[in-house]
Design a protein around this ligand. Structure first.
Ligand code: NBP
Length: 479
Protein backbone atom coordinates (compact mmCIF):
# COMPACT_ATOMS: atom_id res chain seq x y z
CA UNK A 1 0.00 0.00 0.00
CA UNK A 2 1.41 3.43 -0.89
CA UNK A 3 1.56 6.01 1.89
CA UNK A 4 -0.57 8.76 0.38
CA UNK A 5 -2.91 9.84 3.15
CA UNK A 6 -2.05 13.05 5.02
CA UNK A 7 -4.31 12.07 7.87
CA UNK A 8 -6.15 8.99 9.08
CA UNK A 9 -9.27 8.58 11.18
CA UNK A 10 -9.99 5.47 13.21
CA UNK A 11 -13.39 5.24 14.89
CA UNK A 12 -16.04 6.00 12.32
CA UNK A 13 -19.18 6.51 14.39
CA UNK A 14 -20.94 9.88 13.93
CA UNK A 15 -18.04 12.07 15.04
CA UNK A 16 -15.19 10.23 13.32
CA UNK A 17 -17.14 9.78 10.13
CA UNK A 18 -17.97 13.48 9.90
CA UNK A 19 -14.46 14.60 10.82
CA UNK A 20 -13.05 12.31 8.11
CA UNK A 21 -15.47 13.82 5.57
CA UNK A 22 -14.52 17.31 6.73
CA UNK A 23 -10.80 16.60 6.13
CA UNK A 24 -11.59 15.09 2.72
CA UNK A 25 -13.81 17.99 1.68
CA UNK A 26 -10.91 20.28 2.50
CA UNK A 27 -8.67 18.50 0.03
CA UNK A 28 -6.81 16.07 2.27
CA UNK A 29 -6.42 12.39 1.46
CA UNK A 30 -7.92 10.57 4.44
CA UNK A 31 -7.18 7.00 5.49
CA UNK A 32 -10.14 5.32 7.15
CA UNK A 33 -10.31 2.59 9.77
CA UNK A 34 -12.92 1.22 12.14
CA UNK A 35 -13.01 -1.86 14.36
CA UNK A 36 -16.15 -3.00 12.56
CA UNK A 37 -15.11 -2.82 8.92
CA UNK A 38 -18.67 -2.46 7.60
CA UNK A 39 -18.68 1.15 8.81
CA UNK A 40 -15.57 1.93 6.79
CA UNK A 41 -17.11 0.49 3.66
CA UNK A 42 -20.41 2.31 4.29
CA UNK A 43 -18.63 5.65 4.56
CA UNK A 44 -16.88 5.19 1.22
CA UNK A 45 -20.07 3.95 -0.46
CA UNK A 46 -22.14 6.89 0.77
CA UNK A 47 -19.65 9.74 0.69
CA UNK A 48 -16.72 8.49 -1.43
CA UNK A 49 -17.35 11.22 -4.00
CA UNK A 50 -16.70 13.97 -1.45
CA UNK A 51 -12.92 13.57 -1.62
CA UNK A 52 -9.99 11.15 -1.50
CA UNK A 53 -10.47 8.31 0.97
CA UNK A 54 -8.24 5.28 1.49
CA UNK A 55 -10.39 2.59 3.12
CA UNK A 56 -8.42 0.07 5.18
CA UNK A 57 -9.48 -3.02 7.11
CA UNK A 58 -6.48 -3.71 9.34
CA UNK A 59 -4.38 -1.63 11.71
CA UNK A 60 -1.27 -2.45 9.62
CA UNK A 61 -2.87 -1.28 6.38
CA UNK A 62 -4.17 1.86 8.06
CA UNK A 63 -0.73 2.82 9.35
CA UNK A 64 0.88 1.93 6.03
CA UNK A 65 -1.53 4.25 4.20
CA UNK A 66 -0.33 7.31 6.13
CA UNK A 67 2.48 9.57 4.93
CA UNK A 68 5.16 10.34 7.54
CA UNK A 69 5.13 11.76 10.12
CA UNK A 70 1.85 9.94 10.53
CA UNK A 71 -1.22 11.79 11.81
CA UNK A 72 -3.70 9.37 13.23
CA UNK A 73 -6.98 10.69 14.63
CA UNK A 74 -8.71 8.45 17.17
CA UNK A 75 -12.49 9.07 17.49
CA UNK A 76 -13.62 6.16 19.63
CA UNK A 77 -15.57 5.98 22.85
CA UNK A 78 -13.59 7.66 25.64
CA UNK A 79 -12.04 5.49 28.36
CA UNK A 80 -10.95 1.86 27.85
CA UNK A 81 -11.64 1.85 24.08
CA UNK A 82 -9.14 4.70 23.65
CA UNK A 83 -6.48 2.73 25.57
CA UNK A 84 -7.27 -0.34 23.49
CA UNK A 85 -6.82 1.59 20.25
CA UNK A 86 -3.56 3.15 21.45
CA UNK A 87 -2.26 -0.30 22.47
CA UNK A 88 -3.12 -1.58 19.00
CA UNK A 89 -1.52 1.23 17.00
CA UNK A 90 1.42 2.48 19.08
CA UNK A 91 3.65 -0.55 18.32
CA UNK A 92 3.16 0.12 14.60
CA UNK A 93 4.24 3.77 14.80
CA UNK A 94 7.64 5.49 14.66
CA UNK A 95 9.18 8.46 16.45
CA UNK A 96 7.65 11.74 15.28
CA UNK A 97 4.26 10.18 14.50
CA UNK A 98 1.15 11.69 16.12
CA UNK A 99 -1.86 10.12 17.75
CA UNK A 100 -4.65 12.69 17.99
CA UNK A 101 -7.34 11.73 20.48
CA UNK A 102 -10.44 13.71 19.56
CA UNK A 103 -12.72 11.94 22.04
CA UNK A 104 -13.98 13.38 25.30
CA UNK A 105 -11.13 11.99 27.40
CA UNK A 106 -10.51 12.96 30.99
CA UNK A 107 -7.45 15.23 30.96
CA UNK A 108 -5.71 13.08 33.59
CA UNK A 109 -5.93 10.10 31.20
CA UNK A 110 -4.53 12.33 28.46
CA UNK A 111 -1.60 13.30 30.68
CA UNK A 112 -0.90 9.62 31.38
CA UNK A 113 -1.13 8.62 27.72
CA UNK A 114 1.04 11.53 26.61
CA UNK A 115 3.70 10.58 29.16
CA UNK A 116 3.65 6.91 28.17
CA UNK A 117 3.96 7.61 24.45
CA UNK A 118 6.58 10.36 24.82
CA UNK A 119 9.22 7.74 25.71
CA UNK A 120 8.52 6.12 22.36
CA UNK A 121 8.88 9.47 20.58
CA UNK A 122 5.20 9.52 19.65
CA UNK A 123 3.30 12.79 20.05
CA UNK A 124 0.00 12.23 21.81
CA UNK A 125 -2.29 15.13 21.05
CA UNK A 126 -5.33 15.17 23.37
CA UNK A 127 -7.79 17.31 21.46
CA UNK A 128 -11.13 18.73 22.54
CA UNK A 129 -13.66 18.85 19.72
CA UNK A 130 -16.91 20.71 20.21
CA UNK A 131 -19.89 21.21 17.96
CA UNK A 132 -21.49 17.77 17.91
CA UNK A 133 -21.86 15.86 14.67
CA UNK A 134 -22.83 18.93 12.67
CA UNK A 135 -19.72 20.76 13.88
CA UNK A 136 -17.49 17.78 13.09
CA UNK A 137 -18.71 17.88 9.50
CA UNK A 138 -18.87 21.60 8.81
CA UNK A 139 -16.36 23.05 11.24
CA UNK A 140 -15.94 22.39 14.95
CA UNK A 141 -14.16 24.42 17.59
CA UNK A 142 -10.95 22.47 18.20
CA UNK A 143 -8.86 22.50 21.37
CA UNK A 144 -5.60 20.59 20.80
CA UNK A 145 -3.10 19.97 23.57
CA UNK A 146 0.23 18.17 23.17
CA UNK A 147 3.66 19.28 22.05
CA UNK A 148 4.46 22.44 20.05
CA UNK A 149 6.07 20.25 17.35
CA UNK A 150 2.85 18.33 16.87
CA UNK A 151 0.89 21.56 16.50
CA UNK A 152 3.36 22.84 13.89
CA UNK A 153 2.57 19.79 11.76
CA UNK A 154 -1.10 19.47 12.57
CA UNK A 155 -2.19 23.05 13.18
CA UNK A 156 -2.59 24.13 9.54
CA UNK A 157 -4.85 21.12 8.83
CA UNK A 158 -6.96 21.74 11.92
CA UNK A 159 -7.22 25.42 11.01
CA UNK A 160 -8.58 24.42 7.63
CA UNK A 161 -11.32 22.11 8.93
CA UNK A 162 -12.27 24.21 11.96
CA UNK A 163 -15.16 26.62 12.27
CA UNK A 164 -14.39 30.22 11.45
CA UNK A 165 -15.42 33.09 13.69
CA UNK A 166 -17.31 36.03 12.16
CA UNK A 167 -14.00 37.81 11.51
CA UNK A 168 -12.77 34.72 9.63
CA UNK A 169 -10.34 33.54 12.33
CA UNK A 170 -10.09 29.74 12.63
CA UNK A 171 -11.59 28.37 15.85
CA UNK A 172 -8.50 26.42 16.86
CA UNK A 173 -5.30 27.23 18.71
CA UNK A 174 -2.58 25.26 20.46
CA UNK A 175 -3.99 25.25 24.00
CA UNK A 176 -0.89 23.96 25.79
CA UNK A 177 1.07 20.79 26.64
CA UNK A 178 -0.26 17.30 27.42
CA UNK A 179 -3.80 17.44 28.91
CA UNK A 180 -4.42 21.18 28.39
CA UNK A 181 -6.74 20.70 25.41
CA UNK A 182 -8.97 18.14 27.10
CA UNK A 183 -9.01 20.23 30.28
CA UNK A 184 -10.25 23.27 28.36
CA UNK A 185 -12.85 21.13 26.56
CA UNK A 186 -14.02 19.83 29.93
CA UNK A 187 -14.50 23.37 31.27
CA UNK A 188 -16.20 24.34 28.00
CA UNK A 189 -18.74 21.61 28.72
CA UNK A 190 -19.08 22.76 32.34
CA UNK A 191 -19.88 26.27 31.13
CA UNK A 192 -22.29 24.72 28.64
CA UNK A 193 -24.14 23.03 31.53
CA UNK A 194 -24.39 26.37 33.36
CA UNK A 195 -25.51 28.26 30.27
CA UNK A 196 -28.21 25.67 29.53
CA UNK A 197 -29.42 25.65 33.15
CA UNK A 198 -29.61 29.46 33.29
CA UNK A 199 -31.64 29.49 30.07
CA UNK A 200 -33.88 26.76 31.51
CA UNK A 201 -34.45 28.79 34.69
CA UNK A 202 -35.29 31.88 32.61
CA UNK A 203 -37.81 29.76 30.70
CA UNK A 204 -39.38 28.44 33.89
CA UNK A 205 -39.80 31.97 35.28
CA UNK A 206 -41.33 33.23 32.05
CA UNK A 207 -43.72 30.29 32.12
CA UNK A 208 -44.67 30.12 35.81
CA UNK A 209 -44.38 33.73 36.94
CA UNK A 210 -45.09 35.67 33.73
CA UNK A 211 -47.60 33.11 32.45
CA UNK A 212 -46.26 32.94 28.88
CA UNK A 213 -46.81 29.90 26.65
CA UNK A 214 -43.82 28.02 25.19
CA UNK A 215 -44.49 29.62 21.79
CA UNK A 216 -44.54 33.09 23.35
CA UNK A 217 -41.33 32.34 25.23
CA UNK A 218 -39.77 31.19 21.96
CA UNK A 219 -40.52 34.66 20.54
CA UNK A 220 -38.97 36.31 23.60
CA UNK A 221 -35.81 34.22 23.15
CA UNK A 222 -35.73 35.12 19.45
CA UNK A 223 -35.76 38.79 20.41
CA UNK A 224 -33.03 38.24 22.99
CA UNK A 225 -31.00 36.50 20.32
CA UNK A 226 -30.76 39.77 18.37
CA UNK A 227 -29.05 41.47 21.33
CA UNK A 228 -26.20 40.81 23.72
CA UNK A 229 -27.43 37.26 24.47
CA UNK A 230 -26.97 36.32 20.80
CA UNK A 231 -25.80 32.70 20.97
CA UNK A 232 -26.32 29.24 19.55
CA UNK A 233 -27.94 28.00 22.77
CA UNK A 234 -30.52 30.82 22.82
CA UNK A 235 -31.21 30.20 19.14
CA UNK A 236 -31.87 26.47 19.55
CA UNK A 237 -33.88 27.09 22.72
CA UNK A 238 -36.33 29.16 20.66
CA UNK A 239 -36.52 26.33 18.11
CA UNK A 240 -37.21 23.71 20.77
CA UNK A 241 -39.83 25.87 22.51
CA UNK A 242 -41.74 26.61 19.33
CA UNK A 243 -41.84 22.96 18.30
CA UNK A 244 -45.20 21.15 18.55
CA UNK A 245 -45.38 17.41 19.17
CA UNK A 246 -46.97 15.80 16.11
CA UNK A 247 -48.56 12.95 18.08
CA UNK A 248 -50.41 15.09 20.63
CA UNK A 249 -50.39 18.60 19.14
CA UNK A 250 -49.02 19.80 22.47
CA UNK A 251 -45.86 21.89 22.91
CA UNK A 252 -42.92 19.51 22.55
CA UNK A 253 -41.49 20.73 25.86
CA UNK A 254 -44.66 19.54 27.63
CA UNK A 255 -44.47 15.95 26.42
CA UNK A 256 -40.78 15.33 27.17
CA UNK A 257 -39.97 13.65 30.49
CA UNK A 258 -38.44 16.33 32.74
CA UNK A 259 -35.39 14.30 33.74
CA UNK A 260 -32.11 15.59 32.30
CA UNK A 261 -29.30 13.20 31.52
CA UNK A 262 -25.57 13.74 31.39
CA UNK A 263 -22.48 12.09 30.00
CA UNK A 264 -20.05 13.23 32.66
CA UNK A 265 -17.99 16.20 31.52
CA UNK A 266 -20.03 18.61 33.68
CA UNK A 267 -19.47 16.35 36.68
CA UNK A 268 -15.73 16.19 35.93
CA UNK A 269 -15.59 19.98 35.76
CA UNK A 270 -17.01 20.24 39.26
CA UNK A 271 -14.91 17.39 40.66
CA UNK A 272 -11.72 18.99 39.32
CA UNK A 273 -12.83 22.45 40.48
CA UNK A 274 -13.16 21.03 44.00
CA UNK A 275 -9.65 19.56 43.75
CA UNK A 276 -8.26 22.88 42.53
CA UNK A 277 -10.26 24.86 45.10
CA UNK A 278 -12.03 26.96 42.46
CA UNK A 279 -15.60 28.08 43.30
CA UNK A 280 -17.59 27.14 40.18
CA UNK A 281 -20.92 27.30 41.99
CA UNK A 282 -22.99 28.17 38.90
CA UNK A 283 -21.63 25.15 37.03
CA UNK A 284 -22.05 22.94 40.11
CA UNK A 285 -25.68 23.97 40.53
CA UNK A 286 -26.30 23.16 36.88
CA UNK A 287 -24.90 19.66 37.38
CA UNK A 288 -26.93 19.23 40.59
CA UNK A 289 -30.08 20.50 38.85
CA UNK A 290 -29.81 17.67 36.33
CA UNK A 291 -29.23 15.27 39.21
CA UNK A 292 -32.30 16.51 41.13
CA UNK A 293 -34.43 16.22 38.01
CA UNK A 294 -33.45 12.58 37.62
CA UNK A 295 -34.50 11.56 41.14
CA UNK A 296 -38.01 10.64 40.05
CA UNK A 297 -38.98 8.66 43.15
CA UNK A 298 -37.67 11.33 45.52
CA UNK A 299 -39.55 14.02 43.61
CA UNK A 300 -42.73 11.95 43.61
CA UNK A 301 -42.45 11.47 47.38
CA UNK A 302 -41.96 15.21 47.86
CA UNK A 303 -44.82 16.67 45.84
CA UNK A 304 -46.92 17.25 48.95
CA UNK A 305 -44.34 19.58 50.51
CA UNK A 306 -45.66 23.07 51.24
CA UNK A 307 -44.84 26.01 48.98
CA UNK A 308 -45.99 29.61 48.70
CA UNK A 309 -49.24 30.63 47.06
CA UNK A 310 -48.10 31.43 43.57
CA UNK A 311 -49.64 34.06 41.34
CA UNK A 312 -49.25 34.89 37.68
CA UNK A 313 -48.47 38.40 36.54
CA UNK A 314 -50.78 40.55 34.41
CA UNK A 315 -49.92 41.28 30.78
CA UNK A 316 -48.04 44.58 31.26
CA UNK A 317 -46.24 43.32 34.36
CA UNK A 318 -45.27 40.15 32.48
CA UNK A 319 -43.59 42.13 29.68
CA UNK A 320 -41.63 44.20 32.22
CA UNK A 321 -40.69 41.01 34.09
CA UNK A 322 -39.41 39.43 30.86
CA UNK A 323 -37.03 42.39 30.45
CA UNK A 324 -35.83 41.86 34.00
CA UNK A 325 -35.26 38.16 33.33
CA UNK A 326 -33.08 39.12 30.36
CA UNK A 327 -30.96 41.25 32.68
CA UNK A 328 -30.73 38.42 35.22
CA UNK A 329 -29.81 35.88 32.58
CA UNK A 330 -27.06 38.09 31.21
CA UNK A 331 -25.61 38.90 34.64
CA UNK A 332 -25.64 35.23 35.71
CA UNK A 333 -24.10 34.21 32.41
CA UNK A 334 -21.19 36.61 32.93
CA UNK A 335 -20.61 35.05 36.37
CA UNK A 336 -20.79 31.48 35.04
CA UNK A 337 -18.16 32.28 32.41
CA UNK A 338 -16.09 34.11 35.03
CA UNK A 339 -16.05 30.92 37.10
CA UNK A 340 -15.15 28.72 34.13
CA UNK A 341 -12.27 30.97 33.10
CA UNK A 342 -11.05 31.02 36.69
CA UNK A 343 -10.93 27.23 36.57
CA UNK A 344 -8.93 27.25 33.33
CA UNK A 345 -6.49 29.77 34.84
CA UNK A 346 -6.14 27.59 37.95
CA UNK A 347 -5.58 24.41 35.90
CA UNK A 348 -3.04 26.23 33.75
CA UNK A 349 -1.13 27.29 36.83
CA UNK A 350 -1.35 23.89 38.53
CA UNK A 351 -0.05 22.00 35.48
CA UNK A 352 2.20 24.71 34.04
CA UNK A 353 0.26 24.93 30.78
CA UNK A 354 0.56 28.67 30.15
CA UNK A 355 -2.93 28.81 28.61
CA UNK A 356 -3.87 32.05 26.86
CA UNK A 357 -7.40 32.76 28.13
CA UNK A 358 -8.09 35.33 25.42
CA UNK A 359 -7.33 32.75 22.74
CA UNK A 360 -9.60 30.21 24.44
CA UNK A 361 -12.48 32.71 24.33
CA UNK A 362 -11.62 33.49 20.70
CA UNK A 363 -11.79 29.86 19.53
CA UNK A 364 -15.14 29.38 21.26
CA UNK A 365 -16.67 32.12 19.10
CA UNK A 366 -17.57 29.64 16.37
CA UNK A 367 -18.34 25.95 15.95
CA UNK A 368 -18.87 25.00 19.58
CA UNK A 369 -22.06 24.68 21.61
CA UNK A 370 -21.42 27.78 23.74
CA UNK A 371 -20.59 30.01 20.76
CA UNK A 372 -21.93 33.44 21.52
CA UNK A 373 -21.44 37.03 20.50
CA UNK A 374 -20.22 37.93 23.93
CA UNK A 375 -17.16 35.67 23.68
CA UNK A 376 -15.71 38.42 21.48
CA UNK A 377 -15.91 40.68 24.50
CA UNK A 378 -14.26 38.10 26.79
CA UNK A 379 -11.49 37.65 24.27
CA UNK A 380 -10.90 41.44 24.07
CA UNK A 381 -10.93 41.74 27.86
CA UNK A 382 -8.13 39.16 28.21
CA UNK A 383 -6.24 40.57 25.24
CA UNK A 384 -6.23 44.01 26.85
CA UNK A 385 -5.23 42.56 30.22
CA UNK A 386 -3.79 39.02 30.03
CA UNK A 387 -3.36 38.94 33.81
CA UNK A 388 -6.97 39.95 34.52
CA UNK A 389 -7.66 38.29 37.91
CA UNK A 390 -11.30 37.69 37.01
CA UNK A 391 -13.67 38.59 34.20
CA UNK A 392 -15.61 40.62 36.76
CA UNK A 393 -12.51 42.80 37.15
CA UNK A 394 -12.95 43.90 33.54
CA UNK A 395 -14.49 47.38 33.63
CA UNK A 396 -17.03 46.84 30.88
CA UNK A 397 -18.42 43.62 32.38
CA UNK A 398 -18.48 45.19 35.85
CA UNK A 399 -20.42 48.12 34.39
CA UNK A 400 -22.96 45.85 32.71
CA UNK A 401 -23.53 43.87 35.90
CA UNK A 402 -23.90 47.11 37.83
CA UNK A 403 -26.66 48.12 35.40
CA UNK A 404 -28.31 44.68 35.59
CA UNK A 405 -28.04 44.01 39.30
CA UNK A 406 -31.30 45.54 40.52
CA UNK A 407 -33.32 43.46 38.05
CA UNK A 408 -31.12 40.43 38.74
CA UNK A 409 -31.98 40.66 42.44
CA UNK A 410 -35.66 41.30 41.77
CA UNK A 411 -35.93 38.26 39.53
CA UNK A 412 -34.28 35.96 42.08
CA UNK A 413 -36.34 37.44 44.93
CA UNK A 414 -39.49 36.86 42.86
CA UNK A 415 -38.44 33.29 42.16
CA UNK A 416 -37.93 32.69 45.88
CA UNK A 417 -41.28 34.19 46.91
CA UNK A 418 -43.09 32.31 44.15
CA UNK A 419 -41.33 29.02 44.93
CA UNK A 420 -39.74 28.63 41.49
CA UNK A 421 -36.37 26.88 41.80
CA UNK A 422 -33.56 28.96 40.28
CA UNK A 423 -30.40 27.39 41.73
CA UNK A 424 -27.98 28.67 39.09
CA UNK A 425 -29.36 32.22 39.11
CA UNK A 426 -29.11 32.30 42.91
CA UNK A 427 -25.65 30.71 43.10
CA UNK A 428 -24.15 33.11 40.59
CA UNK A 429 -25.59 36.14 42.40
CA UNK A 430 -24.30 34.78 45.74
CA UNK A 431 -20.84 34.38 44.18
CA UNK A 432 -20.97 37.97 42.95
CA UNK A 433 -22.03 39.24 46.37
CA UNK A 434 -19.36 37.11 48.07
CA UNK A 435 -16.61 38.55 45.92
CA UNK A 436 -17.63 42.15 46.50
CA UNK A 437 -18.30 41.78 50.26
CA UNK A 438 -16.15 43.88 52.55
CA UNK A 439 -16.24 41.14 55.21
CA UNK A 440 -17.33 37.51 54.86
CA UNK A 441 -18.51 35.33 57.75
CA UNK A 442 -15.42 33.21 57.15
CA UNK A 443 -13.96 34.91 60.25
CA UNK A 444 -16.66 33.21 62.31
CA UNK A 445 -15.96 29.90 60.54
CA UNK A 446 -12.31 30.24 61.54
CA UNK A 447 -13.38 30.87 65.13
CA UNK A 448 -15.51 27.71 65.13
CA UNK A 449 -12.68 25.67 63.60
CA UNK A 450 -10.26 26.94 66.20
CA UNK A 451 -12.78 26.17 68.97
CA UNK A 452 -13.45 22.54 68.16
CA UNK A 453 -10.23 21.54 66.42
CA UNK A 454 -7.52 24.03 67.48
CA UNK A 455 -7.08 24.71 63.76
CA UNK A 456 -5.65 28.19 64.52
CA UNK A 457 -6.41 31.46 62.71
CA UNK A 458 -4.76 34.58 61.36
CA UNK A 459 -5.64 38.07 62.58
CA UNK A 460 -6.50 40.98 60.34
CA UNK A 461 -4.49 43.42 62.45
CA UNK A 462 -1.11 41.67 62.73
CA UNK A 463 1.00 38.83 61.32
CA UNK A 464 1.17 35.41 62.97
CA UNK A 465 -0.79 32.24 63.63
CA UNK A 466 -3.02 32.23 66.71
CA UNK A 467 -5.11 29.92 68.86
CA UNK A 468 -7.50 30.84 71.65
CA UNK A 469 -7.71 28.57 74.72
CA UNK A 470 -11.47 28.10 74.34
CA UNK A 471 -11.74 25.40 77.02
CA UNK A 472 -9.68 27.42 79.49
CA UNK A 473 -9.38 31.08 80.27
CA UNK A 474 -9.77 32.13 76.61
CA UNK A 475 -6.38 33.76 76.40
CA UNK A 476 -4.81 33.89 72.94
CA UNK A 477 -1.60 32.02 72.17
CA UNK A 478 0.69 32.53 69.21
CA UNK A 479 2.45 29.67 67.45
P1 NBP B 1 -19.00 6.65 20.30
O1 NBP B 1 -18.54 7.37 21.51
O2 NBP B 1 -20.35 6.10 20.27
O3 NBP B 1 -17.94 5.47 19.99
C1 NBP B 1 -18.16 4.57 18.93
C2 NBP B 1 -16.85 4.26 18.23
O4 NBP B 1 -15.90 3.68 19.15
C3 NBP B 1 -17.06 3.25 17.13
O5 NBP B 1 -16.21 3.57 16.04
C4 NBP B 1 -16.62 1.96 17.81
O6 NBP B 1 -16.24 0.95 16.90
C5 NBP B 1 -15.46 2.44 18.59
N1 NBP B 1 -14.98 1.51 19.62
C6 NBP B 1 -15.55 1.15 20.80
BR1 NBP B 1 -17.19 1.69 21.38
N2 NBP B 1 -14.81 0.29 21.51
C7 NBP B 1 -13.72 0.09 20.77
C8 NBP B 1 -12.57 -0.71 20.95
N3 NBP B 1 -12.39 -1.44 22.07
N4 NBP B 1 -11.63 -0.71 19.99
C9 NBP B 1 -11.79 0.01 18.87
N5 NBP B 1 -12.86 0.80 18.63
C10 NBP B 1 -13.82 0.85 19.57
O7 NBP B 1 -18.79 7.57 19.00
P2 NBP B 1 -19.08 9.14 18.77
O8 NBP B 1 -20.40 9.56 19.32
O9 NBP B 1 -18.79 9.36 17.32
O10 NBP B 1 -17.95 9.86 19.63
C11 NBP B 1 -16.58 9.62 19.44
C12 NBP B 1 -15.80 10.40 20.49
O11 NBP B 1 -16.05 11.79 20.33
C13 NBP B 1 -16.23 10.07 21.93
O12 NBP B 1 -15.12 10.10 22.78
C14 NBP B 1 -17.17 11.20 22.29
O13 NBP B 1 -17.21 11.43 23.66
C15 NBP B 1 -16.53 12.35 21.54
N6 NBP B 1 -17.43 13.44 21.21
C16 NBP B 1 -18.70 13.22 20.81
C17 NBP B 1 -19.54 14.27 20.49
C18 NBP B 1 -20.93 14.03 20.02
O14 NBP B 1 -21.67 15.02 19.82
N7 NBP B 1 -21.33 12.79 19.79
C19 NBP B 1 -19.06 15.58 20.56
C20 NBP B 1 -17.74 15.79 20.95
C21 NBP B 1 -16.94 14.72 21.26
P3 NBP B 1 -17.33 -0.10 16.35
O15 NBP B 1 -18.01 0.61 15.22
O16 NBP B 1 -16.52 -1.23 15.91
O17 NBP B 1 -18.26 -0.42 17.48
Amino acid sequence: MSSTAQIGVTGLAVMGRNLARNFARNGYTVALHNRTTAKTRALVEEFGDEGDFVATESAEDFVAALERPRRLVVMVKAGDPTDAVIAEFAPLLEPGDMIIDGGNAHFADTRRRERDLRDQGIHFVGTGVSGGEEGALNGPSIMPGGSKESYASLGPMLEKISAKAKDGAPCVTHIGPDGAGHFVKMVHNGIEYADMQLIAEAYQLLRDVAGYSPAEIADIFRTWNTGRLDSYLIEITAEVLSHTDAATDKPFVDVVLDQAEQKGTGRWTVQIALDLGVPVSGIAEAVFARSVSGHAALREASRHLAGPTASTLGKDEAAAFADQVEQALYASKIVAYTQGFHQIAAGSEQYDWNINLGEVAAIWRGGCIIRAAFLDRISSAYEAQPQLPSLLADKSFAKEIAAAQDDWRTVIATAVTQGVPTPAFAATLAYYDSLRAERLPAALTQGQRDYFGAHTYHRSDREGTFHTLWGGDKTETES
